[in-house]
Design a protein. Sequence first.
Length: 178
Amino acid sequence: NGTLTITKAKPKPPQPKPDPKPQPKINKAAAKTALDAGVIAKSSGSKVTASWGAVKGASSYVIYANYCDQKKLKKIKTVSGKTTSFDITKLNGKKFNPKKNLKFYVVAYKTVKGKKVKLAKSIMAHAPGSKNSKRTNVTGVKVKKASFTLKKGKTAKIKAKLVLQKKGKKPLKHEAKF
């Protein structure tokens, strides 16, 4: 007296197989420290050599740069994970102007399962052009007294001077003094 309706059961979707080699956790703090440790910008002739520290496991680096008076930095080049320096000879489609100042940063990436994963972004580095008549790079900091022994509650003042690459010039004005 009743009707019987039979429906075909929907097949279960295939379950993903566990990854035989689990990916190691990415230590982004260590990657940032390694990347920043080697950040240097040197200008000579009509180029600036941008260098950075090697990040363990990085498969590529992307370099962003522009003149210091420009707000937005532009992607200059993507290089392999084995490369830790690059000569910037062109900016904004034109030859680099050695009278101007340049700024750059680098982003390290790792390819995980076909996707790019950001490991770290470096600090911003600045470099005066090689023909800049007023500004130069800072190569170090010189202190009068290297160490202090203080009692609880006492203070001391550290006297320091910048060591400049070219004497008689000033450091870039938009960088922190110390």
